[in-house]
Write a new protein. Structure first.
Length: 639
């Protein structure tokens, strides 16, 4: 028996566990990558010291552990030619027996290493059992619905073997050599905008994307979410049409299959649009996974293999959903935001863990479709990055719409009842509670995508706590000709911020120094009503010691809002002692659109008088800006 320990890293007392690539019972060979740990220079792989079987796993993904602590138990075996591998049911903590669910293979199938062979249903959710090696399935020894215990032989696998002399005679990977003036890794909103700008400036630009162009925002983020929100609004309007004197006979119901189908069509259309833009602007797009060899070249692995040298490089790999270390998180009824965007069945009830931007948007989306919603939030208020009165207003509105909100609550576990109901357990004020629901959506944030980039082969430094790649105000990393933009640098995780940062990086490459300015980036939350802000908040100004005064106006006094029956919310504009507009916040109808005008004010340091002297069309919701400006100058006219 061999203990595999957390590696000792210079200057580090603890590390965070990254991806775990094996499970208990996995057969491994020497140098198999077992798991990764997050270091200041990216993910570092920990490998098996010998051939054997993993008999125990003592760590969890996302867990912070001490260096030199035991991580896994390896039962060593002498290297030998194996004619057959029997895949057994691994132990499942807290469960003596499991029921076999979906069996994904049959005798004669070829299974790649890591392919799911079958799924088992335990008390705490589903367990996927994967092929420990690449080979051919010689026999399936279980059947769906069968109840088995740990150690039961389930699948017989004949591994693919290779003569060592033949393997040694194989040629090394052949790379197609390329050079880019500007290499961009990642085709999301930061990457593709930077690519267009660089190419239009005459730079030979290559963009590498391992999935679809558009990144998180277009494929599994902003666009699909807002498409579903639009459908939810239509349903809500239809249900409440009687307020406007419109009578609708018959049953009105949401058809989730059609709603998801429309969402997919919108996404496909926009992805196709980006592909066209790449071709139009002569950006060469390579599909594959990029990994740094050093500070001046990367390899790209895909259907074709490339080695690309570059003058400048922009890393725009984005972020992915963060999975917290909560017991039962892998249960079949637990969703993240990506999975929720493809669900074709509408749950009658849902618990949402997290009251931030993503959690709130989904809460209103589900509630407008008729789902019972409970939000469980660790902090003492929703969207804690906003000023307190905004948080209080959206809490009031959410509660009035029937959304249950539990603040100051720490989720401790997820379980599933024998009736197929999810149970979310949490602690609040020293007491234990539980709430049942059809599904659970975990929405507690995102983490920067740096794993597999080969950053350990470069001199690129990470932010403290390994929270993304460190970048300065021009998006330069610690390697001056390599830049990091968007979610991967963890400055502001917003799609439009990524585009802005991508343009800043290209400007710097072109010799035009335009530093990053956080204050001009608007933030929008697509609740009902919407929330938007730009520039300094009250809290920001107080912390910075900036003296300010404010003008406010409520939607209840806006004519257009009254015609739409959307009178909830208010606007606030902040101005400094010189009457310069320094920030604004809106909660109310059309906030996502109105904030752009206030962003222009902040970015161009316009004065309160500039708002006061502007003529706003009537009746429009934009008049709330004028009234708040008038309030700054001495008093709103209509309130």
């Amino acid at each position: 028996m061999t203990e595999i320990k957390i590696p000792v890293l210079p200057g580090a007392k603890t590390v965070m566990i990254g991806k775990i690539n094996v499970s208990a019972g996995s057969t491994v060979t020497k140098d198999t990558e077992l798991f990764t740990v997050e270091t200041k220079k990216g993910a570092r792989a920990v490998k098996a010291q010998a051939d054997g079987i993993i008999s125990g796993i003592l760590i969890k993904e996302g867990e912070e552990v001490n260096v030199n602590a035991p991580a896994m138990i390896l039962e060593e075996q002498q290297a030998q030619e194996i004619s057959s591998i029997t895949v057994k049911m691994p132990p499942v903590p807290g469960t003596k027996t499991v029921k076999i669910g979906r069996i994904a293979v049959k005798a004669g199938d070829r299974a790649e290493k890591g392919t799911v062979l079958f799924e088992a249903e335990g008390k705490k959710g589903n367990v996927s059992v994967k092929a420990p090696e690449t080979g051919t399935v010689s026999a399936v020894l279980i059947s769906e619905g069968q109840e088995i215990s740990a150690g039961t032989e389930c699948v017989s696998l004949s591994p693919e073997t290779e003569n060592k002399q033949e393997a040694a005679a194989k040629p090394a990977v052949s790379y197609t050599e390329k050079h880019a003036d500007v290499l961009i890794i990642g085709g999301g909103t930061g990457g593709y905008v930077a690519a267009i700008k660089a190419a239009r400036a005459g730079k030979k630009t290559i963009l590498v994307e391992k999935n679809r162009l558009g990144g998180t925002c277009l494929n599994v983020g902003c666009i699909p979410t807002k498409t579903l929100i639009a459908s939810a609004h239509k349903y809500y309007d239809a249900v409440n049409a009687g307020i406007f004197g419109i009578e609708i006979e018959g049953t009105i119901r949401p058809d989730m299959k059609k709603i998801i189908g429309r969402k997919n069509a919108v996404v496909d259309r926009l992805v196709g649009g980006i592909e066209y833009l790449m071709e139009k602007n002569h950006v060469e797009v390579l599909n594959g996974t990029a990994s740094f060899e050093n500070n001046t070249s990367v390899t790209v692995t895909g259907q074709k293999q490339y080695r690309i040298s570059f003058d400048d490089c922009i890393i725009a790999t984005g972020s992915s959903v963060m999975k917290p270390a909560i017991e039962g998180i892998d249960g079949r009824l637990i969703m993240d935001s990506t999975k929720a965007l493809s669900e074709t069945e509408l749950p009658s009830s849902v618990v949402i863990v997290g009251g931030g931007v993503i959690g709130l948007e989904f809460a209103f989306l589900y509630r407008n479709l008729g789902t019972e919603v409970t939000i469980v939030e660790f902090m003492d208020r929703l969207i804690s990055v906003m000023d307190e009165d905004i948080c209080a207003e959206i809490l009031r509105i959410a509660t009035e719409k029937g959304i249950r909100v539990e603040l100051g609550a720490k989720v401790t576990s997820f379980t599933e009842t024998i009736n197929g109901t999810a149970v979310t357990s949490f602690e609040k004020n020293g007491k234990k509670y539980a709430v049942s629901s059809d599904r659970v959506l975990v929405a507690i944030g995102r983490k920067s995508n740096t794993e597999g980039l080969g950053l350990e082969n470069t001199d690129i430094a990470m932010n403290p706590g390994n929270r993304g790649i460190a970048a300065d105000s021009f998006m330069r990393t610690s390697v001056p000709h390599i830049y990091a933009v968007g979610d991967v640098n963890n400055k502001i995780q917003l799609a439009h911020a990524a585009s802005y940062e991508g343009m800043i990086a290209v400007d710097h490459i072109l010799g035009n120094e335009r530093p990053f300015d956080k204050n001009i980036i608007p933030s929008v939350i697509f609740t009902m009503p919407e929330i938007a802000s730009v520039g300094m908040s009250r809290t920001d100004a107080d912390k910075a010691g900036v003296k300010y005064h404010e003008g406010t106006f409520h939607y209840t006094a806006n004519g257009k809002a009254l015609t739409m029956n959307e009178t909830e919310g208010f606007i606030r504009i902040l101005a400094d002692e010189e009457e310069t507009v320094i920030g604004a916040a809106i909660i109310g109808a059309d906030a996502s659109t109105l904030i752009a005008a206030l962003g222009i004010c902040v970015a161009n340091r316009l004065k309160v008088a500039d708002i006061e002297n502007t003529v706003f069309a009537h009746p429009t919701t934009a008049e709330v800006i004028h009234e708040a400006g008038l309030d700054l100058a001495g008093g709103a006219y209509h309130e």
